[in-house]
Design a binder for this molecule. Structure first.
Ligand SMILES: Cc1cc2nc3c(=O)[nH]c(=O)nc-3n(C[C@H](O)[C@H](O)[C@H](O)COP(=O)(O)OP(=O)(O)OC[C@H]3O[C@@H](n4cnc5c(N)ncnc54)[C@H](O)[C@@H]3O)c2cc1C
Length: 187
């Protein structure tokens, strides 16, 4: 694809798509009725920032886990600080069966006893066992969004703020009429 591409929505989905396309030399325009800066209007602003493909695998389809395993490296390559401390899954005693079920449905974990758990996370000393997904990571979503936006601006990406009515009628928006390709990442 040589573009140009117009992307509807400047949340994490839109910014990631724009980043990948611009890295391949495709000119991108990001259209968002809420403005050109990441902010509380988008789900991405409120995310926890867990990069937890193994845990997602408990319910998600296989590509989510497979592709998600590359996420931490991808974010680091964009200049975002990624913390690779792993994820802990704990449960109250009465739900011990749920933890066993979670373990059966996921990969990439080991079981910790209380001593090992509290050595990793002293605040969890009321739990006597945990699943530890050692390869998982996390980042700060607001920093990550800000970083992608700055990177895209450096690459010449265009950010367009459309009135909400025009965003709804995307097919008639001037920016889209000029676009050869478009994709929807509007949450
Ligand atoms: C409390 C919480 C914690 C979470 N924790 C995690 C986590 O730890 N790890 C994880 O991976 N995920 C987590 N998630 C999920 C994650 O936040 C979402 O999957 C992700 O933010 C969705 O991104 P998005 O770009 O699709 O949507 P959004 O961030 O909502 O962006 C959509 C954008 O589209 C714009 N828009 C709307 N309508 C139009 C239109 N007609 N035309 C153009 N633009 C439009 C909006 O203004 C907005 O900017 C969490 C979510 C929440 C709420």
């Amino acid at each position: 694809m040589s573009g140009p591409v117009t992307i509807l929505g400047g949340g994490v989905m839109g910014l990631c798509a724009a980043t990948e396309l611009s890295a391949r030399g495709v000119p991108v325009t990001i259209v968002d009725p809420a403005g050109d800066a990441p902010g509380p209007h988008g789900c991405s602003w409120w995310a926890g920032g867990m990069l937890a493909p193994e845990c997602e695998g408990e319910t998600a389809e296989e590509p989510v886990t497979r592709l998600g395993r590359a996420a931490a490296d991808w974010w680091a390559a964009q200049g975002v600080t990624v913390h690779c401390n792993g994820s802990l899954v704990v449960t109250l005693d009465r739900d011990r069966g749920e933890l066993a079920r979670f373990a059966r449905r996921t990969e990439g974990h080991r079981t910790l006893d209380q001593a090992a758990l509290t050595a990793l996370e002293p605040d969890l000393d009321r739990f006597d066992t945990a699943l530890f997904f050692e390869t998982e990571a996390h980042l700060t979503p607001r920093d990550a969004l800000t970083r992608l936006r700055a990177l895209l601006r450096d690459r010449g990406a265009v950010f367009v703020t459309t009135p909400p009515t025009m965003a709804r009628r995307w097919s008639t928006a001037p920016a889209l009429r000029r676009a050869v390709h478009w994709t929807t990442c509007a949450g």
